[in-house]
Design a protein around this ligand. Structure first.
Ligand code: HPA
Length: 280
């Protein structure tokens, strides 16, 4: 199914009316077990996904499914508490929807967080990785199908998709945060199964530092419509085959829960330091 600009515009108009005309400057999409930060947003409006006609509905555990509008560190944000993944049955094209709607709402920066498995053996559980690039070997793209020129060009550059200047700010904010912070390459797997040890070995040889099942569709959609992205991965486990242990969703959520206090503190400081909306 191909959607056109009017399709996204109608959804954005509905949301804008429901949020009292709030104009977010920044979008936040919080990953598995990392949604806690949403509670520190000074809320102006909140809309459950299921009340938005034609929006997607999240089914993943730990993803609660609300769009939150408000102030984070004095910045106007729209926050997706709960994201959508291809393993839920959504096509890559469908996964473009939330970011396209945020674009129409006016965001100028997109911050993405996720839980990931550490491929890089020098990383530890609880470390944070600032995404500097990604590898996605599935042929799918959220921009497949007719191009929508209101969003961007048919062919678009993604060399600086994970914005170098935003990464620098994220790295600077790591000082004194108590977190171990790296910059690395996110290797996308479709899931929902964790990877095989052989897949992780292959990903390591190819240059992957962390394995995850989200983020890339949102980053690509943002790149298409000219929004700089900052992506942050929390290492919730060592990836398959690194340790002699079984991987589980509970382990992922438990590690995210443990890291939450430091991570949320880091996140507040980061948001404070991200560039302000450009004046007209
Ligand atoms: N692999 C893929 N996705 C993940 C992992 C992992 O090991 N941990 C958390 N999300």
């Amino acid at each position: 199914m191909n959607y056109d600009y009017a399709y996204y515009k109608k959804i954005a108009d509905f949301i804008k009316a429901e949020s009292g005309g709030f104009e977010p400057e920044m979008g936040l999409i919080l990953g598995s077990g990392l949604g806690g930060y949403a509670s520190s947003i000074e809320k102006v409006a909140e809309i459950p996904y299921k009340e938005i006609p034609n929006f997607l509905v999240s089914t993943a555990p730990g993803h609660d499914g609300r769009l939150i509008f408000g102030f984070a560190e004095g910045r106007k944000v729209v926050c997706m508490s709960g994201r959508f993944h291809s393993y839920e049955g959504y096509s890559f094209e469908q996964l473009a929807l939330p970011v396209r709607v945020m674009k129409i709402l006016g965001i100028e920066i997109l911050v993405l967080t996720n839980a990931a498995g550490a491929i890089n053996e020098s990383y530890d559980v609880g470390d944070l990785m600032i995404i500097k690039d990604h590898i996605k070997l599935t042929g799918a793209s959220p921009m497949k199908g007719a191009n929508i020129p209101e969003f961007g060009e048919r062919f678009f550059d993604i060399g600086d998709m994970y914005s170098k200047s935003l990464r620098k700010i994220a790295l600077d904010c790591a000082d004194g945060s108590g977190l171990r912070v790296h910059e690395g390459v996110y290797f996308f797997f479709t899931g929902p199964q964790f990877e095989t040890p052989a897949e992780i070995r292959a990903a390591r040889i190819l240059g992957g530092d962390a394995a995850g099942m989200s983020t890339v569709t949102e980053a690509l959609t943002a790149a298409h419509c000219g929004i700089p992205v900052l992506g942050l991965s929390l290492m919730t486990n060592m990836a398959a085959g690194v340790l002699e242990e079984k991987l589980s969703g509970e382990e992922v959520n438990e590690a995210a829960r443990k890291a939450a206090p430091l991570l949320e503190k880091y996140f507040s400081n980061l948001i404070k330091n991200l560039p302000q909306r450009k004046e007209e």
